[in-house]
Every structure is written in C-alpha cells, then in structure tokens.
Design a protein around this ligand. Structure first.
Ligand code: IVH
Length: 668
C-alpha cells in the first residue's frame, strides 16, 4: 500500500495548497475550517508514517525550518532598486515628460502606465526552481540581501510550490506587510506585558522577519503582495500587466487594485481616487507606484544607479485629523532634556490610534500658541510620533497659555535652559526619570536588546532603588525579578536569560546603549570597529578620535566628557567585571592605515573595478566620496580622468595613479 499512500500524500499537498490560495490570497475560503483541518491532519499522519517523503514544500513544513545562526548573505540576480519619489502632480507630469523624451519614436497616446498601491512594508525576493520555493531574501542594500527563507515560508499566501511552466527558474519580488488589525493586536499584547509597542506596522513586520525563530514570524500573521520579477528564464510576455496575470495564475498574491491606464491623464485620476480611499485599506499604503506597462520601453529607458527611469513613486502627504488637547505633560529624556508632550483625545490616523503628540519645546508651543483644551489638527509625518500642525480655530474661546514648569517634574530640582538651546534641562545626575530613560535605551532592540525589560519593569527597578546604573542590571536575581508586579514567572526567567545573553552583545551595541550624547548607532559601530575596546577609546587622545571619518569634534567632545565622569568609569568597570563584553571579539581589520583619509576615484582603472577599489579603501578605514573638495586627501586618477583631476590639481590635492593606489591597498 506504500504506493497508494505516496499518491495520497501528493494529492493532499496539492489540495491543501489550493485551499491555502483560496483562503490567504483570494480571501474566499473554498472549504470549511473543519474540512481543512481534517485534510491537514491526514497529511501530517501520513508524513509521520513516512518521514522520508516529507518535502520542504509540504504545507506542514511552513513553520519549523531552520535559520542559521546568522542570516546568510545572498547576491540578488539583478539589483533591487528603489524608486524616485514625487510629492505632487507637477512632478509626476515632469516624469511623464522625461518618458516621452526618452522614447522619441513612440506616439504619446500609445504609452500605457500601470498604477499600483505602494505598500509600506519590506521588500523581499523569492526564488523558485523547478516549481519549488528554494530561497527567500530581504532587499538588504539592494545588491545583497539576507537569507530569510524559513521565516518567509510561514507566510501562508506565499506558495511553496508553483507550476514549473512557463518558468523553470524565476525570482519574484514583493512587499511583506503586517495587516493593521494584526499590528494593533500585537501592540495591545506588548503593552500588557510592559513591552514597548512597535511604532508602526512596518517596523513590526521587519521585526517579525528578521528573527532566528520562524515560529515568531508565524505568530505575527504577515501578508505579502508580489509586484514584479527580478529574474525569469522565459520571456513570455510583453507587458507588466500580462506578467502579473501570469504570476496570479501561478497563485502569487497580486494586489487587486493594480490599474492599467491607457494614457497618462488616467494616472492622475487614479492618484486623486486613492488620496482618501487608501485610508480604508487593511494595510498601510504610503503612495502609488506609477510605471510603464511595456517591458520593451522599460528596457529602452533603463536605470540610473539607484532608480529605474520608467517608474516613479507618488507619495501622499501625511494624513491630518482633528482632535483635542487634554493635557500638556513635560517628559524628562535620558539626557535630562525636558520635552512637552500633548495628551490627546485618541484618534485614528494613518493606520493607528494616537493619544500623544510631541510639542518639541517651549518656543514651538509659543509659536503655535497651543493650550490645553484647544482643538488642533495633527498629522503623522512619515514616522512614529505625530505632531500638532495648527489650531482648528484660533479665535475660539481658550484657556490660559501654557507655562513651562520651573522644576523637574520627576525629581523637583530646578531646571535650566542653557544659552542658545531650545530645551530646558534637569541637570540632576541622579534624577530617576533620566535613569529610567537611559535604561530603556540601554535595553532597546538596537542596543543591548534585552527582551522583556519594558517600561513597567524599569520603573519598578528604579523606583525601588534597586537599579541605579547599568551594571546593577547584571546583579539581578531570578526571585527578585519574579516579585516585580506584572511579570509572570516565565517572563522573569526570560528577563534573566535576556540580561545574561546581552553580555555578549558586543562593543558597538554597548557603546550605543551607554547613551553618550551624539553617539548614534552608526557612530557607535565606527568607534567599535576603529578602537576595538572601551579602554582604548578612553585613552586615545581627543584629536585622534576627532579625525576619524564620520566622527568629528562634536562626538569626540561628548565622549571626552562622558569619560571624565568617575561614575561612568566605575559603571563600565563593573559591567566588565560582570562579564559584559567591552572589547571587540575576533580578528581586527587591518584598520588604521587609512583612517581619516578621504579618496575620490575618477577615470577608468584597468586592473581593478572602482567598486573593488572603494571596498578595499573602506576596509582599511578610509572613505571614498564622489566629489573633490578641500577635504579630499587623495584623488585616484585612472585613464581619461577629466574635470575632477583638474579640480584636484587646482586644490593641490595629492594625485595617485592606479599603481600607487595598488601599493597602498594591494596587500589587503
Ligand atoms: S515596484 C524598481 N511596486 O517601494 C523598483 N515597489 O521605493 C520596482 N514598493 O523597494 C519596485 N509597493 O519595496 C513596486 N507596488 C509596488 C510597491 C513597491 C511598495 C516598495 C518596494 C521598493 C520601494 C521603492
């Protein structure tokens, strides 16, 4: 009966794939959940009897694949470009004019466009070989992405197998998104656990995709729309529209609102049509993508290094809504700066409910004359925190103007507004509000990444006096943590484990987490790479830190005053004694040789590509820029060097030929 079972397995798989497609892509289930479950269980039963017949594309294998410790880097078959943005109809018209100019032999009225929604998610690429999904990657830097196949397989609308006709090999591209409802559900859960909520569905989706445990991705209920092809081994069609129809017939989820426009004016009508309508969708859309339909015309126009010339994004302005200011509260940041925040009557705007808006600083409140009780217009400008745009009716009867407090709302010490600065500051180094913020930052995802250490936990640790600095975190015991309010026993253990794990976060994360003013993520990773230990950074003379490219005097100054404080040094020593890594691990780069040196490459190099030369220079700590200026240290002049060479000579910049460059970088 073995053969019959094998046949049944194959048929069950096919049937389940078809039902998945109806359920997750077409949103119209073809059988009841119960019937579906019974098919699924039958397949599971047979597969456990014959484990040798379990294939990676079986519907039972969506969750449970393995992700390697670090995601593998995969080079895309063709670069994943981004799109040039336009913000008004005139710019879209200018785009159309460029198209007409670039296609002189084509009659304007025969130019068709496809207009699609621009989904606000994450671009991914999926490769199918002989009908099987073999690889799924992120966009990465556009040239190389990360292998997240196991995570992508958990997205039910991604087919694990497709017909191997007409393509033996195809790479499709699309956008993974988190439905707004799912985003709200997830954030509600996070808040009850005392974890900081995700800022928007996009961030939540990104977090879900780049985890090492696919069951987490699976629990986040992501969706995907496929919008294009990066590679196909069979040119079966002439237009994007036809291509998408073929993709749909292969069971890829293609967005139902894609619109074929037979002339340019129709695209403008579609822009107007979606201005409002986009807010009624179950996913976030930040604009439209307008692109040529003809694949031949696309080829003719080609790409710039960043964008295709045949497509453009139209971005809608931020959505604005009215609400009321209930209260103005001053919050203390981790550096002691005091920011006034408006508490709002909750309103739904651009995909989420907001109840707070930043008012930036005292001057801003005065300028806009914002007072408690006012009705105001707010908007979410691109990211996270909404802002108050203006009063709805400046002539309405109003309460008294807002007055900044004179003491810190948290520690009651007198606050100051330094000359030339916009913010008032609390300069009490032991102010608990600052400490809470510093700890939040230290534990945040891009810093030490301590899961489960949300604001509620931090508040209790600080208010009880148990945690006074970063190193105190590493002395916490399981039973102490378990006795905190709102923390279940399991989460207590998870928190202890996460604290332990963070010890090996590495120097860059630690430097960022310490919250030195002006040291952002990028600066932290440059500093870690260059100086390789906190001790080395501390003892390096100011001038040497300042001269590192992208560091400069502001960061160097800030580091100096950080290390000047004994309490900071003591905290770092304690961290190190507890086993927190304060040094870079592994081989040092042959760094140093070119630190602080700026190069410009021009003309044609014969033995090395410009890109390779750039990479080598950068691997030695140098930097390559595109234009010659007073800051340039070396101009590398290849064959037929032109105006850049002339400018470098005029500025008396050292000019190297290819051989001289090789001498410097050759040994790398
Ligand atoms: S087409 C050559 N279509 O927008 C690029 N992109 O700024 C072709 N995006 O990286 C892209 N929705 O992540 C295209 N319907 C859509 C899209 C879309 C969202 C994203 C995509 C891309 C970015 C470009």
């Amino acid at each position: 009966m073995k053969e019959a079972d094998k046949k049944e397995i194959e048929s069950l798989r096919k049937t389940i794939h078809v039902h998945d497609h109806h359920y997750y892509v077409k949103n119209s289930p073809s059988i009841s959940d119960r019937e579906y479950d019974s098919l699924y269980h039958r397949l599971k039963e047979l597969e456990s009897k014959y484990p040798q017949w379990v294939t990676p594309d079986s519907p039972t294998q969506r969750v449970g694949g393995k992700v390697e410790q670090r995601f593998r880097q995969i080079t895309h078959p063709t670069p994943m470009l981004s799109l040039d943005n336009t913000y008004n109809v005139d710019e879209v018209r200018a785009f159309h004019k460029r198209i007409i100019k670039g296609l002189p032999d084509v009659a304007e009225d025969s130019i068709e466009y496809i207009v699609e929604l621009k989904f606000d998610g994450l671009a991914v690429a999926l490769t199918y070989e002989d009908g099987r999904l073999v690889c799924g990657t992120t966009r990465g830097d556009g040239k190389q992405g990360e292998d997240i196949t196991a995570n992508l397989k958990t997205i039910r609308s991604i087919p694990l197998e497709i017909s191997s006709e007409p393509f033996k090999k195809i790479e499709v591209r699309g956008e993974v998104y988190m439905p707004i409802k799912e985003f709200q559900r997830l954030n509600a859960i996070r808040e009850t656990k005392g974890e900081s909520p995700f800022a928007n569905p996009r961030n939540a989706a990104a977090g879900a995709l780049r985890v090492l445990d696919p069951s987490i991705t699976d629990s986040r209920k992501l969706g995907i729309f496929i919008y294009t092809v990066g590679f196909m081994d069979n040119n079966v069609c002439k237009t994007h529209f036809e291509l998408q129809q073929i993709l749909a017939s292969l069971r890829f989820p293609i967005n139902e609102h894609n619109r074929l426009c037979s002339n340019f004016e129709e695209t403008i009508a579609v822009i107007e049509e979606w201005r409002q309508k986009k807010n009624n969708l179950d996913y976030e859309v930040d604009g439209l993508v307008i692109q040529l339909n003809s694949l031949a015309y696309r080829k003719k126009l080609g790409n710039t290094s960043k964008f295709p010339r045949w497509a453009v994004a139209y971005k809608y302005e931020a959505e604005q809504v009215e609400t009321e200011i209930l209260e103005i509260v001053c919050q203390v940041g981790r550096t002691g700066s005091i920011t006034p925040v408006a508490y709002l009557e909750p309103v739904f705007v651009s995909g989420s409910t907001v109840s707070r808006a930043t008012l930036h600083n005292e001057d801003e409140i005065k300028r806009k004359d914002i007072r408690v009780g006012d009705r105001v217009v707010i908007e979410k400008a691109g990211e996270i925190i909404p802002k108050v745009v203006r009063l709805v009716d400046p002539k309405a009867k109003r309460k008294a103007p807002f007055k900044m407090p004179t003491v810190c709302p948290e520690c009651q010490m007198k606050i100051f507004r330094p000359e030339g600065e916009a913010a008032w500051r609390c300069i009490n180094a032991t102010c608990p509000a600052q400490l809470k913020e510093r700890l939040k930052h230290f534990a945040s995802r891009n810093a030490m990444d301590i899961d489960n250490m949300g604001p509620a936990v931090i508040a209790q640790l600080v208010e009880s006096g148990r945690v006074k600095n970063f190193s105190d975190l590493y002395t916490l015991k399981q039973d102490e943590v378990a006795s905190l309010e709102r923390l279940a026993e399991k989460s207590a253990q998870n928190l202890i484990d996460a604290i332990e794990k963070s010890k090996s976060a590495g120097l860059a994360r630690l430097l960022f987490g310490l919250g030195v003013r002006h040291v952002g993520q990028r600066a932290a990773s440059i500093l870690a790479e260059t100086f390789r230990s906190i001790e080395n950074l501390r003892t390096t003379p100011y001038e040497d830190i300042e001269s590192v490219i992208e560091i400069g005097p502001v960061i160097a100054e800030s580091l100096k005053s950080f290390f000047d404080q004994k309490t900071n040094l003591q905290d770092i020593e304690n961290l190190s004694n507890m086993g927190v890594l304060v040094e870079e691990q592994g081989e040092a780069r042959k760094e140093g040789v070119l630190i602080g040196k700026q190069f410009v490459l021009t003309g044609t190099l014969s033995n090395i590509s410009r890109n390779e030369a750039k990479q080598k220079i950068e691997s030695l700590g140098g930097r390559v820029t595109s234009s010659v200026s007073g800051k340039t240290d070396f101009l590398v002049a290849g064959k037929d060097a032109g105006s850049k060479l002339a400018k470098a000579k005029a500025l008396k910049i050292t000019v190297l030929d290819e051989k001289e460059l090789q001498k410097i970088i050759g040994s790398v």
